[in-house]
Design a protein around this ligand. Structure first.
Ligand code: PHE
Length: 357
């Protein structure tokens, strides 16, 4: 095996000796010193070159080549060294002069004096992590990801979804209004009409959004939460496609075959309205407070898109059919991590968040 400090294919011991001493020096000297000692006008490489005249004629080309490759090797290494020194310099300048006006302490104090939690590296919020995992799975199934608006109007949140003014089912989404009659979206379904009116079939879209509702909060209700809506519209789409899609998603998400069940429900924008349930992963279907001792968890409200919604979006329901679902991220996180109070998720409490590192 060639030794670490050897020049390849070099038969001249004096050239080797210079390379060996350079390999030592590069560990101890700085860029300027090294450059001067080896590549300077009176440096060791020039000195070697001058000694070419001492060589016999037939040795000269080989010797010239050896000194040249030594010079190249040295140049390459000291350029790397210069790069490193520049970086260290910039790093020093950056930390010395950095001002973070939001930090509750001086960022220039030594690391060990910084408040404990802040000097530790952070991590992704469980909602972000689980959300990304879910989106990658839907993408791998051919869905395109869109982000929902934060504020929307009555038409998109209700009317276009088969919920005209005074429709009694509007009570299911008791919500907030701004003074300009806008609504912090109560569900990601508010994007359905925009998707229908702007995209061409086959529509395969998942829509992520932060939703709000006027809730009296408790361990299982929160006024703010994340949803990922799914929409599929084309000719010949049936309920079987919806169930197949959700079941394939659950199997991939939890990494095993997850038992599921479908039960009737009601949402004015799907017909029939359904609820997709999975086995309770918290208690292994033995019965626990989270599943209400039923062994099943209602996870995804869903159903075939209502003909009125398709028509409002410009699609003839005699020709096109589709399905939609509204999956809550928070429930996925709770199920995966056995969290006993949904309010922890948006509390910003570091003691809670640290457990997800
Ligand atoms: N938008 C409904 C809700 O948040 C969920 C849903 C979406 C139901 C799509 C059916 C189809 O309550």
């Amino acid at each position: 095996m060639p030794s670490k400090n050897k020049l390849p294919d070099n038969p001249f011991p004096e050239v080797e000796a210079v390379y060996e001493s350079f390999s030592e020096d590069i560990l101890n000297l700085d860029y300027d010193e090294i450059k001067h000692k080896y590549l300077g006008k009176k440096g060791l490489v020039i000195d070697l070159l001058c000694r070419i005249k001492e060589k016999q004629n037939k040795e000269k080309p080989l010797y010239g080549k050896a000194v040249n490759s030594l010079k190249n090797a040295i140049e390459q290494k000291i350029n790397t060294l210069r790069g490193k020194e520049n970086l260290q310099q910039t790093g020093k300048m950056l930390t010395k002069d950095a001002i973070d006006i939001t930090a509750p302490f001086d960022v220039n104090i030594p690391l060990q004096d910084k408040p404990k939690l802040i000097s530790q590296p952070g991590s992704l919020h469980p909602i972000t992590e689980i959300g990304e995992k879910a989106l990658r799975i839907f993408e791998s199934m051919g869905f395109h990801v869109t982000y929902s608006r934060r504020l929307d109007n009555d038409y998109n949140v209700f009317e276009a979804l088969n919920l005209p003014p005074e429709h009694p089912a509007r009570d299911m989404w008791d919500t907030f209004w701004t003074q300009d009659d806008l609504i912090p979206i109560t569900h990601t379904s508010a994007m359905q009409n925009r998707i229908l009116t702007t995209k061409k079939v086959p529509i395969r879209e998942v829509i992520v959004g932060r939703c709000m509702r006027n809730e009296a909060t408790d361990a299982s209700h929160e006024h703010t939460f994340y949803q990922v809506e799914g929409m599929y519209v084309d000719k010949g789409i049936t309920l079987a496609h919806l169930i197949g899609t959700l079941s394939a998603f659950m199997n991939e998400f939890y990494g095993r075959d997850v038992k599921y069940r479908i039960q009737p429900s009601y949402f004015p924008f799907v017909e029939p309205g359904l609820e997709f349930l999975i086995e309770c992963l918290t208690c292994g279907q033995k019965g626990c407070p989270f599943c209400g001792y039923s062994g099943w968890v209602e996870l995804v409200p869903c159903g075939p898109i209502h003909p009125n919604v398709l028509r409002e979006g410009g699609y003839d329901p005699e020709t096109y059919t589709g399905f939609a679902w509204g999956l809550g991220y928070d429930r996925l996180v709770i199920l995966q991590s056995h969290i006993n109070d949904i309010r922890h998720i948006h509390s910003g409490d570091l003691k809670f968040l640290e457990q997800f590192k």
